[in-house]
Design a binder for this molecule. Sequence first.
Ligand SMILES: O=P(O)(O)OC[C@H]1O[C@H](O[C@H]2O[C@H](CO)[C@@H](O)[C@H](O)[C@H]2O)[C@H](O)[C@@H](O)[C@@H]1O
Length: 257
Amino acid sequence: MRDALANFDAIAAGLDRRPPVLFLDYDGTLTPIVDHPEAAILAPAMRDRLERLAVRFRVAVISGRDLVDVRERVRIEKLIYAGSHGFDIQSPEIRLEQPRARGYLPALDAAERQLHEDLDKEPGVLIERKHFSIAVHYRRVPEGEQAAIRESVNALADHKHLRVTHGKKVIELQPPVAWDKGHALLWLMEALAIDPDAVTPVYLGDDITDEDAFKVLPAHGVGILVGTHEGPSVARYRLADPGAVAHWFDRLLANTY
Ligand SMILES: O=P(O)(O)OC[C@H]1O[C@H](O[C@H]2O[C@H](CO)[C@@H](O)[C@H](O)[C@H]2O)[C@H](O)[C@@H](O)[C@@H]1O
């Protein structure tokens, strides 16, 4: 995988012909990963960069967080936001609450109640409800007990016929419908009447669920994995951390297209 900063000029040559449309993950991409989800605050300097980028390009944040949560963390009016891993989308012009997922809200509510019953007593577990997803965080659970937490969530998912996804020290329950960050990206392009051949879709993300978005990028798209971790990824480029993402944005802002 190539470094997106070292190869900036090669990427920018493509952007001259087809201007970028930016799709950005939140945790681990715009903010560093921290122990508690509440503490992942967007730095003012990063917000300033996003504001300047949004003056020139379309910018969407596609997050696993709840739509309201991610919107309030970023707080830039003209951005497009997708929450619950893309199930819940809003911009000044468009709105999507994935219709096929709505029918699973009662199952998610029941699962949330059961998770609290089963896991509230477990030290370190944090249950985070999003509109279309429930995250069970085990980052602060002792290492030797993390597998048991995952097993318990998996068993509940089977029982409630919900889908399981994994992320950084988190296991999540979602509606079992074929929808993810990749579907959300493609839906957004169509809903906003963006011709994929006329632009360069650029996606930056750090986690397993971001792979769904990397996979749907066209051949001329730019997928950038954030992080230094090993493991398979279909992204073509890499940036080490949100600090490197900030530098990459600065290069983009310094360029004229
Ligand atoms: O798609 P994202 O915007 O990257 O959201 C993915 C999940 O991010 C959050 O959890 C992760 O970040 C936390 C803060 O750094 C960290 O404490 C946790 O261990 C990570 O899993 C968020 O809380 C989840 O709801 C998102 O699904």
